[in-house]
Design a protein around this ligand. Structure first.
Ligand SMILES: Nc1nc2c(ncn2[C@@H]2O[C@H](COP(=O)(O)OP(=O)(O)OP(=O)(O)O)[C@@H](O)[C@H]2O)c(=O)[nH]1
Ligand SMILES: [Mg+2]
Length: 347
């Protein structure tokens, strides 16, 4: 199972500026010398690892990246200005593969490190450089070198921030499709999802990575249904979102406790992760009718319930914000307490 975000892009560094051909002519200096300045260097394309980014999502809208060219040289031996480097922020953990040569160019595995992925061209020499004792008026200057152009694949191994759990058919895949670009299979029979899917949801400036795994049923820890081995993909998530299908006539509290039991059979730590419990399919009349009563039952156990419809999108935005806030809080707790597993307090 590979959880990889990848994107193909092209980069082009700036071309070097042209060298200038010029001669100094001053009123009282009949033999003014060659005075063409050098062209400026083209800007590099530089990748910088940024711990604040969580995905390669930005590159979906930015497939071609160019740095500025160097300015051309000018008369009076004025060199052209260099093109500014183009600094591109990429998430920590981004691996850069050169597709033309099939080589790994860089592994940006630490916050703040920088790698030049395309080098700017050198500026051409102006004619002032070509003056010799025998040729005092050279009419020659170099063109600038072209900047490097490369086709790259960026790969990022993703770690999910959020795991979706619940019975089969609870609407997990529908929810991930509603909040991200992931397009998992969705169908009205159990165990539609056979392998985990990953989706990246945008919340303001942040990217939240959500994992959708196969549904759990009672006895999953003994192999019932698809078993619980998929829970290993959620081991490092910060937050669990537990979906309960209110259109299903089965008792919601029993569904909740059955899934929670399977989580604890896999690993006690799973039940200590912050959890957001969500009632789904609220567009269905029967589900809506049961909502208030279900909220009350869960409240008696100290659990607050959020309602959504993955189909109409009702409540989904609010839920996503709630998820993002919980993820941020969990990340902060994990950063403050590096000695714990970062699981946080019981919901
Ligand atoms: N009316 C309605 N139907 C929904 C909603 N969410 C999901 N469904 C339907 O419920 C069925 C199951 O949805 P999925 O998203 O595949 O459920 P799942 O939890 O991923 O199921 P598994 O992959 O089998 O574990 C599909 O027929 C969906 O169209 C909802 O909010 N409202
Ligand atoms: Mg599914």
């Amino acid at each position: 199972m590979k959880f990889v975000d990848e994107v193909k892009i092209s980069v082009k560094a700036g071309d070097g500026g042209r060298g200038c051909i010029a001669f100094l002519r001053e009123k009282y200096r009949p033999y003014g010398g060659p005075s063409g300045g050098d062209g400026g260097r083209g800007g590099d394309v530089v990748f910088r690892a940024d711990g604040g980014l969580g995905s390669l999502l930005d590159f979906r809208y930015q497939r071609h990246i160019e740095a500025k060219r160097g300015e051309h040289g000018r008369g009076k031996e004025q060199a052209g200005a260099s093109g500014a480097p183009r600094i591109v922020h990429v998430p920590v953990g981004t691996c850069v593969i050169d597709l033309d040569h099939d080589t790994v160019t860089a592994d940006l595995d630490r916050d703040g490190i920088e790698v030049v992925v395309a080098k700017g061209g050198r500026g051409g020499r102006g004619n002032a450089r070509f003056a010799t004792s025998t040729n005092q008026a050279p009419r020659r200057a170099d063109p600038g070198e072209p900047g490097e152009a490369r086709t790259l694949r960026l790969e990022l191994k993703l770690l999910a921030d959020v795991g979706l759990v619940g019975y089969p058919n609870a609407g997990k895949s529908t929810l991930i499709a509603a909040v991200s670009a992931a397009r998992p299979r969705i169908a009205d029979y159990p165990f539609t999802t056979l392998v985990p899917n990953l989706g990246v949801a945008r919340v303001d400036d942040d990217a939240i990575v959500i994992a959708d795994i196969p549904g759990l049923i009672e006895g999953a820890h003994e192999g019932a249904g698809l078993g619980i081995r998929f829970l290993k993909h959620l081991a490092r998530t910060a937050v669990l979102v537990h979906l309960i299908d209110l259109a299903d006539p089965a008792d919601p509290w029993e569904a909740y406790t059955a899934v929670t039991h399977e989580l604890s059979c896999f690993d006690e730590a799973m039940t200590r992760k912050p959890q957001i419990v969500v009632a789904t399919k609220l567009d269905v009349t029967e589900a809506r009718e049961r909502f208030d009563e279900t909220v009350r039952v869960f409240a008696t156990h100290g659990i607050s319930l959020t309602g959504v419809s993955g189909v109409t999108g009702d409540g989904v935005k609010t839920l996503l914000r709630h998820i993002a806030k919980t993820v941020h809080a969990a990340r902060r707790t994990a950063a403050e307490e590096p000695s714990t597993d970062g699981a946080g307090a019981k919901h």
